[in-house]
Write a protein that binds this ligand. Structure first.
Ligand SMILES: Cc1ncc(COP(=O)(O)O)c(C=O)c1O
Length: 402
């Protein structure tokens, strides 16, 4: 579905109004949930409206897709049943014999799909620690796709998207081979970064996280301005059937309307919490290291300033706590406002220990090479009041250091 003039409005206005017009029949300000699986026709093959069968298209999904396309400054968006289904669809669009290059520090499920599913369908993946420095040497004549996750999970490393794109453009002018650049923008959401503006061909999200924002929908979305890619993805989605339900599309669309407010608050609190944790390094040594893109000490802070809206760091922080895995366990079991749970990006704050939770499936050596030590704690900062969150962390740190 294309999006047009509404691109001229600022982010918050587009979040609320794009794909959300007043219902022409009833005047309803909020769209009804359209549960019908099929739509009437006046003559064989002449639908009464623009819909025929809801695997192919549904009004709630269309509205959500229009809104996401607008927020990502894309022409098109395709919403899917999960973030993982989005990854699968993109990989399935590649021919047998294709090669993918991925950043090493990607979501575990993406790593699993590349190494345990894609390979069975004739698509091979290589992982590189630093795409900016190692990509060129890893490109092959059959490389068709580069997958970037920035910031990475859980160590929040930042990749310069424009730099990666330039390497791919140089490769194309030397060899004639076009390589698609895909950026997983789940950790920042379209409010903080729009990867297509820096040269990405496709941007993907686990809608389950910030876009829906209320931890009650599992869904995914991709956006692109390339009509050929979009047509291919849409064709595949209809052929495979990896669609979100109308109800989930409606909920995710409702969640998206407050994305800018939620992300501003989460980023504000995360910045304060990261600074507090950082101060603990010198103050009492209870914290060993803090990963947060909003800290000016972050290794790629210059890229953050270019690539993120207002240099915002987002709502995700990770840090190493003094006292090893025991301290990490006591700390994460002692917070009262931060719920010990996987996932991220909701209005409520969450906390976890990646080494034994989200990243438990990765061998220790590989994990630690990426900075995921047993004492690493990951925080998803919600939109509760900042002072309450800091106080909660303070009391849990005290418990962990005894
Ligand atoms: C960065 C990232 N991408 C993709 C996914 C997969 O999304 P889903 O859980 O909606 O399938 C996740 C899930 O945690 C994620 O964190």
């Amino acid at each position: 579905m294309t999006v047009d003039s509404s691109l001229n409005y600022s982010f918050g206005t587009r979040a609320i109004h794009v794909g959300a017009s007043v219902d022409a029949t009833t005047g309803a300000v909020i769209e009804p949930i359209s549960l019908s699986t099929t739509f009437g026709q006046s003559e064989p093959s002449k639908p009464l409206g623009i819909y025929e069968y809801s695997r192919s298209a549904n009004p709630n999904r269309d509205n959500f897709e229009q809104a996401v396309a607008s927020l990502e400054s894309a022409k098109f968006a395709v919403a899917l049943s999960s973030g993982s289904a989005t990854t699968a669809l993109i990989v399935q669009s590649l021919a047998v014999g294709s090669h993918i290059i991925s950043g090493g520090d990607v979501y575990g499920g993406t790593h699993r799909y590349f190494t345990k599913v894609a390979n069975h369908h004739g698509v091979e993946a290589s992982f590189v620690e630093n795409l900016e420095t190692d990509l060129e040497a890893t490109l092959r004549p059959n490389t068709r796709l580069v997958w970037v996750e920035t910031p990475s999970n859980p160590t929040l490393k930042i990749t310069d998207i424009a730099k990666v794109k330039q390497i791919l453009l140089n490769h194309q002018s030397k060899t004639g081979n076009k390589v698609i650049l895909v950026v997983d923008n789940t950790f920042l959401s379209p409010y903080i970064s729009n990867p297509l503006k820096f040269g990405a061909d496709v941007v993907v999200h686990s809608v389950t996280k910030y876009i829906n924002g209320h931890s009650d929908v599992v869904m995914g979305v991709l956006a692109t301005s390339d009509s050929e890619l979009h047509d291919r993805f849409r064709f595949l989605q209809n052929a495979i059937g990896s669609i979100p339900s109308p109800f989930d599309s409606w909920l995710a669309h409702r969640g998206l309307k407050t994305l800018h407010l939620r992300l501003r608050q989460a980023s504000y609190s995360a910045q304060k919490i990261a600074e507090f944790l950082q101060s603990k390094i010198a103050h009492d040594g209870s914290v060993l290291h803090v990963n947060y893109p909003g800290l000016f000490t972050h290794k790629n802070y210059d890229v953050v300033l270019r690539q993120h809206r207002d240099g915002l760091g987002g709502g995700m922080i990770s840090f190493r706590i003094k006292g090893g895995s025991k301290a990490a366990s006591v700390f994460t079991s002692s917070t009262k406002l931060f719920t010990l749970a996987e996932s991220l990006g909701g209005i409520e704050s969450l906390i976890e220990v990646p080494a034994i939770m989200t990243h438990g499936g990765i061998p220790k050596e590989e994990r630690e090479a990426n900075g995921v030590f047993d004492d690493l704690v990951r925080i998803s900062v919600g939109i509760e009041d900042t002072d309450d969150l800091i106080e909660d962390i303070q009391q849990a740190l005290k418990k962990a250091s005894h």
